[in-house]
Design a protein around this ligand. Structure first.
Ligand code: SAH
Length: 345
């Protein structure tokens, strides 16, 4: 919900200061609406329901994959698409993938969001409403800013949201902000953020030439500078930075490139996460053998590495896929027609 609007309306109704906290606490614990907030006077609940929409986002499409992954396409009140995903793992982890912007101004060639028009930055309330939507379905404990957008271009709102996630059940240590390496935001993040929020860098190439080809932002902020900034984070926080590396067949998956990556990263400041490509039409993903070979080459050079579990393949859960897909998306129209899915596990 729009917490600024909530404050204004509560002040207008001459409510005591603690009311905003009461309302937020109910929402953070998964309340479905104002009517559930039984320690608020009934008149007040009705007044709020009429004046402060319970969410800043409406659900346009919700899909559940066979593996339990749920992906939602929301709309902001002014009509911008926003995607978010809930991933449920066998070990019980429930992780949210949140968007920081509608669309993205960067144009990474492999990313579906990068190919659509940029909308705007999301507010902290719009980011939190993605999380609250899933919190109404299930308890949640991890969040990654790996949905649409570049978090470091919208750092204040992202941090505003991240700082309220603990009340929803997600601590800073279980919150990860992922970036292409947008240097001004990254520098601020390293210098100004006290909470132990984790950092992930989308690298995807071991040298500037290839990286600039697939991630044009690299022309502006080249590898050397962003790696140095990540090392500063590691030195200050004594926590590794995750390196995301999406595996593109014949592009960045050779043994020589694995060696180049190992020498770029060196030491133990980083942990590499190899990401099987979720094909969105622009590239072919590397096959298992290539991924395994790349992984063992990194291990041979003592670089910590894992291969990311693939989730939600059957529901187009890759970044930007739902908002970009013109055909498969069934528009639900009014809220009543929206297919609500409840967790199976
Ligand atoms: N702009 C930030 C946050 C978005 S994160 C960043 O780039 O880090 C999105 C992550 O998903 C990135 O690591 C990106 O490389 C990855 N990604 C995008 N499209 C993908 C696809 N089709 N398959 C697999 N990973 C993808």
């Amino acid at each position: 919900m729009d917490v600024a609007l909530l404050d204004t309306v509560l002040a207008d109704l001459e409510q005591p200061a603690y009311r905003a906290g009461q309302v937020w606490s109910w929402a953070a614990h998964g309340a479905a609406g104002y009517e559930a907030m039984t320690d608020l006077p009934k008149r007040l609940r009705e007044e709020l329901a009429g004046r402060v929409p319970f969410s800043t986002l409406s659900v346009e499409v919700q899909r559940e994959a066979r593996d339990g992954t749920i992906k939602v396409l929301f709309r902001t009140a002014d009509g911008h698409p926003v995607e978010a995903v809930l991933m449920r793992y066998r070990d019980g982890r429930r992780s949210l993938c949140l968007s920081s912007q509608s669309g993205c101004p960067l144009t990474c060639t492999f990313c579906a969001t990068g190919q659509m028009a940029f909308g705007r930055n999301l507010t902290a309330s719009e980011i939190l409403d993605q999380a609250l939507h899933f919190r109404r379905l299930t308890e949640v404990d991890h969040a990654v800013f790996m949905g649409m957008g570049e978090p470091m271009l919208n750092l204040d709102e992202v941090l505003g949201a991240a700082r309220r996630l603990p009340e929803i059940g997600i601590t800073p240590r279980r919150t990860t902000i992922s970036t292409v390496g947008w240097l001004p935001g990254l520098t601020r993040f390293v210098d100004e953020v006290d909470e132990p929020i984790r950092l992930a860098l989308s690298l995807h190439a071991p040298d500037d030439e290839l990286r600039s080809q697939i991630m044009p932002v690299n022309d502006r902020y080249p590898l050397r500078d962003i790696i140095a900034e990540c090392r500063r984070y590691v030195a200050q926080r004594r926590r590794r930075v995750f390196i995301e590396y999406v595996m593109l067949a014949g592009v960045n998956d050779s043994r020589a490139q694995a060696r180049a990556l190992a020498s770029l990263l060196g030491g133990d400041a980083f942990k590499v996460n190899l990401i099987p490509y979720n094909p969105t039409g622009m590239y072919d993903g590397s096959d298992r053998d290539h991924i395994a070979r790349f992984k063992s080459e990194l291990e041979h050079h003592h670089v910590p590495v894992t291969v990311r579990l693939t989730r939600g393949r059957d529901i187009e859960a890759a970044c930007g896929q739902l908002a970009a897909a013109p055909k498969p998306v069934r528009r639900a129209g009014r809220a009543a027609a929206t297919r609500a899915t409840l967790p199976r596990r």
